[in-house]
Design a protein around this ligand. Structure first.
Ligand SMILES: [Mn+2]
Length: 356
């Protein structure tokens, strides 16, 4: 099956389940997934037989070039969605309640009062969760760029650099080597600021102690996600113990993960290792998350994940950390691809403690 056939067969199955005659797609990630055309300012109308890509004049040429074959590319209003629901006999139409604004929904309901507007919940995130080989290859390509940036930084980092410069250097390297944009705002926090899991890089020279860098690249719309923690100067005994505890927790979770494994139990494996040490209670976030067209997507690897288990095709992050407020923090993150027969660690970057 082609990429288009796989995606539409998944969509049609869900629409059947939910009794939907059509879906109205407004979020950028689902727009790209269902049309193969990246437009943050357009929308799709998809019935179980046909699809329309609405792109205004600024984007129509690109839309015709990029969209999956068979989709109708048109300008907004030509035709109107009001006309399509009549001509295609659509009574129940799904909308993305996670993405559509309240005012946009109110506008649709006002214009088409006879249509039953049905929230689709996590329907699209379920559809997107199982990655095909092409999607995995895009994420690997993004990850290789991010790894290149790490190697580049290790070759030029000095005590005179600021956290902002470290983040800028990583992002500049990734852009020059094919990344469409950073996966998210690059995190580069040193010394006492490393206790902030999602700290913002400061315009101050690197402090002695841990330097945590969490960042990624984007290829074909697909995100990579990696965290590495290094030490500025020599690590003391406590820092070595802390680092090795995080690493041990991460390796144990990576080792256990496989098809059918409980998401909550995987979180617990890493958490128990950390909680058995003097750093008990210092791992204050969940173990990981899915990654794809969004940096954070389903599934969630967390104590609250209920009875969810790992499925084939999912790409998850495994990223335990230890954070001691006002002192230091450390996180190590890889991406893991779950397959029918095993798993593939998509991250290829050293994890022994680097001291610079
Ligand atoms: Mn992550």
């Amino acid at each position: 099956m082609t990429m288009q056939e796989i995606r539409y067969s998944r969509l049609y199955e869900k629409m059947e389940e939910k009794g939907l005659d059509a879906v109205y797609v407004r979020s950028a990630e689902n727009h790209l997934y269902m049309s193969h055309f990246d437009n943050h300012d357009g929308y799709l109308f998809l019935t179980r037989k046909e699809g329309w890509v609405f792109a205004d004049f600024r984007y129509t040429e690109a839309a015709r070039e990029a969209s999956f074959p068979g989709l109708h590319v048109c300008e907004p209003g030509k035709p109107k969605v009001e006309e399509l629901v009549v001509s295609e006999n659509c009574k129940r139409v799904g909308y993305e309640d996670n993405a559509l604004t309240c005012s946009a929904l109110a506008d649709l309901q006002r214009r088409m009062p006879d249509v039953e507007w049905v929230p689709v919940g996590n329907m699209f995130s379920q559809i997107r969760a199982a990655k095909t080989r092409e999607e995995v290859d895009s994420i690997i390509a993004a990850q290789r760029i991010a790894e290149g940036a790490f190697q580049h930084l290790m070759g030029m980092i000095t005590y005179d650099m600021t956290e902002v410069e470290v983040a800028a250097e990583l992002e500049y390297y990734m852009k020059k080597h094919g990344s469409e944009k950073p996966s998210f705002d690059t995190i580069a926090v040193s010394g006492t600021a490393s206790s902030r899991p999602h700290g913002v890089p400061r315009p101050v020279k690197l402090e002695k102690g841990f330097l945590t860098m969490d960042y990624g690249a984007v290829v074909n719309g697909y995100h990579s996600d990696m965290t590495r923690t290094i030490c500025i100067g020599k690590a003391d005994e406590t820092q070595k113990k802390l680092y090795n505890t995080v690493l041990q927790a991460q390796l144990a979770a990576l080792d256990a993960a496989c098809l059918g494994y409980s998401n909550a139990a995987l979180d617990k494996i890493a958490r128990d290792i950390i909680d058995a040490t003097e750093f008990k209670g210092c791992f204050g976030h969940s173990l990981g998350h899915g990654v794809g067209l969004l940096i954070h997507e389903d599934p969630r690897l967390a104590s609250g994940a209920g009875d969810a288990v790992l499925h084939a095709g999912e790409i998850i992050t495994v990223e335990p950390g230890i954070y001691v407020e006002g002192k230091y923090g450390c996180r190590i993150e890889d991406m893991l691809y779950i397959t029918e027969t095993g798993k593939e660690n998509l991250t290829n970057c050293p994890k022994e403690l680097i001291e610079v």
